[in-house]
Ligand binder design. Structure first.
Ligand SMILES: *[C@@H]1O[C@H](CO)[C@@H](O)[C@H](O)[C@H]1NC(C)=O
Length: 165
């Protein structure tokens, strides 16, 4: 029996939702810095490495000072938060127009692998919201764990070949 139209539609919906959930960035609040994109570089990082978070957008007017708040969550749990001077994170003043803001962060060596979300929220000294954006990134399995996994796969292959002979 061919799949029903309803089944195909719900499958399509699932695919679209999955695509949305894995988007790199999401606006969490509108501000005078209109966000047009964002990403983590590398998107899949290693624990202990540096990661750069970039937010692209258009700034409505010059900003000379502000605050930056950052939250990082892992599997829905808040694992890190920090707030401070925006101008310690990026060079100020921020000039009106198209801009890319880059925030560098070093990842703890002990960070477990998996999906993470960084929420970056900035406010101008005037009190106006600059932007709020969520950026997704992943921490890769540790190199050592990868090596063990490879060795295990090799051993299973060898055992399988032995069994076939
Ligand atoms: C914004 O900053 C730029 C560069 O610093 C300056 O040339 C411009 O006059 C400023 N605009 C306003 C409205 O202050």
């Amino acid at each position: 029996m061919p799949p029903s139209r309803a089944a195909l539609l719900s499958l399509l919906t699932l695919v679209l939702l999955a695509g949305q959930a894995s988007a790199d960035w999401r606006i969490c609040d509108e501000g005078i810095f209109r966000v047009t994109g964002g990403e983590a570089e590398p998107a899949v990082a290693h624990a202990g490495q540096d990661i750069a978070f970039r937010v692209h957008g258009v700034l409505d007017r010059n900003v000379t000072a502000g605050m930056l708040e950052v939250w990082v969550s892992y599997l829905g749990f808040n694992v890190y938060s920090k707030s401070g001077d925006l101008c310690e994170a990026v060079p100020c003043p921020l000039a009106q127009g198209e801009l890319t803001l880059e925030f560098k962060q070093s990842l703890p060596r002990t960070a477990p692998p998996g999906p993470y979300m960084g929420c970056f929220q900035a406010t101008a000294a005037s009190g106006e919201r600059l932007f709020c954006v969520d950026l997704n990134f992943r921490i890769a399995l540790r190199e050592a764990a990868d090596t063990v996994a490879d060795a295990t796969a090799d051993a299973i292959d060898a055992a399988a070949q032995h069994a076939v002979q």
